[in-house]
Ligand binder design. Structure first.
Ligand code: ADE
Ligand code: ZN
Length: 334
C-alpha cells in the first residue's frame, strides 16, 4: 500500500501533552531536575500498558510533571509539529489541559505562551496551519473550569475554542452547561469528548445541553440507532481515534472497531491520533492500520481526509487549498 503520510489531512483531536515521547520526558526531567518514578527509558516504556482510560490518564498526568517552563511547552509543541509534518498533517487543532498544569503550580501564562509561541510560526516553519483549544477536565468542578476560562479570556489567550476531556464516566455533560454557555458567549468554538467510554446519552447531551459542534471519539454512538440517524442527518463531525480506542480497550480489537459501521451509516468521521506518544502511532499510522484492517479503497481514504478538512476550524481559504491538495493526491493515486 502507498504510504498514507502523503495523504493531505487535518488532525482535529490531539492532546499536545499526549505527544510527549518517552525520550523527551526524560530529557525534560533532567533539564528541570525532576525525579520521576522511572529512571530509564525501558522503565518508563514498561508503563505503557493500559487497561482503560483512567489507567492511561494516571501516567499522562504524572509525566506532565516535566513541563515547567515556556521553553518546555514550546519544545514539546515543535516536536509534535516536526512529526506531524512527516505524517502529512497540513492543519492541526491542538488541545491542551491548562488545569492540569495549574494544579502543579505552572501558570496559565507559561503553558499558553509556550504552546502558542511555537504555534505562531507553525505555517512558515512546518507548513501546518494550527489553532489552539483549551480543554477542561471533566473530573474537576465546573467552578474551576469557569475560573480558568475567565482567566484565559482576560489574558486574551489565542484560543479558538474549548474542549472537555479526562475521565468521562460519572462526569456527564450536564455538569458543564454554564461553561459552554460562557464560552459560546465569548465567541469560542465548542468541542467535547463524548461516547469514548461513556454511554450514547452523553453524546445526546453533549449536543443538546452543551451545543458542541464536534464530538471527540463518539464511537459508542453506534449503540443507539436514533442517535446514529441524527448524527448522520446533521453531519456532526466525529473525531475518531482508532489506535487510542484499541490501546485504552474502548474496543476489544481493531477488527471490532465500529469505524466501518460508522462510515456505512453516513457519519461524518475523520481519523486522529489523540495521544500519539502513548498509543503507538501518529496520524498516518491511524490511517494505515484501518486501511489495512478494513481494506479501505482510495475513495474511503479520500473521504476520511476530506472530512477532517471540512470539519476543521480552518479558514475558508485554507480549507479550499487543502481540498485542492487532496484532489491532487487523488489524481496521483489513480
Ligand atoms: N483519550 C482521552 N480521553 C479523555 N481525556 C483525554 N485526555 C487525553 N487523552 C484523552
Ligand atoms: Zn482525546
Amino acid at each position: 500500500m502507498r504510504s498514507l503520510s502523503t495523504l493531505p489531512k487535518a488532525e482535529l483531536h490531539l492532546h499536545i501533552e499526549g505527544t510527549l515521547e518517552p525520550e523527551l520526558i526524560l530529557e525534560l526531567a533532567t533539564r528541570n531536575h525532576i525525579t520521576l518514578p522511572y529512571a530509564t527509558l525501558a522503565q518508563l516504556r514498561a508503563q505503557y500498558e493500559f487497561t482503560d482510560l483512567q489507567s492511561f490518564l494516571n501516567l499522562y498526568y504524572e509525566n506532565m510533571a516535566v513541563l515547567v517552563t515556556e521553553d518546555d511547552f514550546a519544545d514539546m509543541t515543535r516536536a509534535y509539529l516536526t512529526r506531524a509534518r512527516e505524517a502529512g498533517v497540513r492543519h492541526a487543532e491542538i488541545m491542551f489541559d491548562p488545569q492540569a498544569h495549574l494544579a502543579r503550580g505552572v501558570s496559565l501564562a507559561t503553558s499558553v505562551n509556550g504552546i502558542a509561541g511555537a504555534l505562531a510560526s507553525s505555517e512558515s516553519d512546518f507548513g501546518i496551519s494550527t489553532v489552539l483549544i483549551a480543554a477542561f477536565l471533566r473530573d474537576e468542578s465546573q467552578d474551576s473550569a469557569l475560573s480558568v476560562l475567565a482567566d484565559l479570556l482576560e489574558m486574551k489567550a489565542p484560543i479558538i475554542g474549548i474542549g472537555l476531556d479526562s475521565a468521562e464516566v460519572g462526569n456527564p455533560p450536564s455538569k458543564f452547561v454554564k461553561l459552554f454557555e460562557n464560552a459560546r458567549a465569548a465567541g469560542l468554538r465548542l468541542v467535547a469528548h463524548a461516547g469514548e467510554e461513556g454511554p450514547p446519552s452523553y453524546v445526546w447531551d453533549t449536543l443538546d445541553l452543551l451545543g458542541a459542534e464536534r464530538i471527540d471519539h463518539g464511537i459508542r454512538s453506534v449503540e443507539d440507532s436514533l442517535l446514529v440517524k441524527r448524527l448522520a442527518r446533521e453531519q456532526v463531525p466525529l473525531t475518531v481515534c482508532p489506535l487510542s480506542n484499541v490501546r485504552l480497550r474502548a474496543v476489544d480489537s481493531l477488527a471490532a472497531h465500529p469505524l466501518p459501521q460508522m462510515l456505512a451509516s453516513g457519519l461524518n468521521v475523520c481519523l486522529n491520533s489523540d495521544d500519539p506518544a502513548y498509543f503507538g502511532g501518529y496520524a498516518e499510522q491511524n490511517f494505515e492500520v484501518v486501511a489495512t484492517e478494513f481494506a479501505f479503497d482510495t475513495d474511503t481514504l479520500e473521504r476520511l481526509a476530506a472530512n477532517s478538512i471540512t470539519s476543521s476550524f480552518a479558514t475558508v481559504e485554507r480549507k479550499a487549498q487543502l481540498l485542492g491538495e487532496l484532489a491532487a493526491w487523488r489524481e496521483q493515486a489513480s
